[in-house]
Design a protein around this ligand. Structure first.
Ligand SMILES: Nc1ncnc2c1ncn2[C@@H]1O[C@H](COP(=O)(O)OP(=O)(O)OP(=O)(O)O)[C@@H](O)[C@H]1O
Length: 202
């Protein structure tokens, strides 16, 4: 399954932020989004993931194939680390087998299994949020600054997790300011800024 974006315009509060976006991402490939603060990377990712509608243009496939990851999405503070992961696994039909323990292993969460999510440090919470991706069973990951709060070791674990995902035919679209050492295309959204395009047309 490929991602295909055509003539996409994305915005916030009814105001266009990025325009003229057309790109494809093939199975097994990553696309790294770059651009300065406020350029529109989050807005683009949220639109791809179906969290907000495009102002115009098309995105395929539909959001059911896409897992969106940012901050502590969907984490329930009153549940433990393991309970959170079991909840997600059950929701996506992966509640049986060892999917949860494999997801915990990726970010070395075993020692935190019984800790309430609300008591996790920022980096621990990020590790839990990222481990969740493995339990969605979704082939396309849209990730917004996934390594914020992660130390070097866990940043490496994250890059390894994405590599494994790509090797099994998955797709990752990632907004990040750091070099994750992943091979993939880079899309600098700067030339697509709606205001920049308006000025260029003058
Ligand atoms: N709810 C909102 N209403 C109106 N404008 C918004 C809203 N949220 C964000 N914006 C604006 O939309 C623009 C794009 O923001 P966005 O978060 O997509 O940028 P970004 O490239 O992800 O930035 P960063 O690198 O800082 O995370 C910014 O100018 C921002 O101020």
């Amino acid at each position: 399954m490929s991602v295909s974006v055509r003539d996409l315009v994305v915005g916030r509060g009814g105001v266009p932020v990025l325009a003229g976006l057309s790109f494809d991402v093939a199975p097994g490939h990553a696309l790294i989004l770059r651009g300065p603060n406020g350029a529109g990377k989050t807005t683009l990712l949220r639109t791809l993931a179906g969290l907000q509608p495009p102002m115009s243009g098309t995105v395929t496939p539909n959001p059911e194939s896409i897992a969106y990851g940012a901050h502590r999405d969907g984490m329930k503070g009153q549940l433990t680390v393991e309970e959170n992961l079991q909840f997600w696994a059950g929701l996506h039909g992966l509640g049986r087998g060892d999917a949860v323990s494999r997801a915990m292993d990726v970010f070395d969460l075993g020692r935190l299994a019984d800790r309430l999510a609300q008591h996790l440090s920022a980096g621990q919470g990020r590790r839990l949020g990222l481990a969740r991706l493995m339990l969605t069973g979704r082939p396309i990951w849209c990730l917004d600054e996934p390594t914020v709060s992660l130390d070097a070791e866990n940043t490496g674990r994250f890059a390894g997790m994405v590599r494994d995902h790509l090797e099994t035919g998955g797709i990752a679209i990632i907004a990040t300011h750091i070099d994750l050492g992943l091979s993939g295309d880079v899309l600098d959204v700067t030339p697509h800024r709606a205001r920049a395009r308006e000025l260029m047309a003058l």
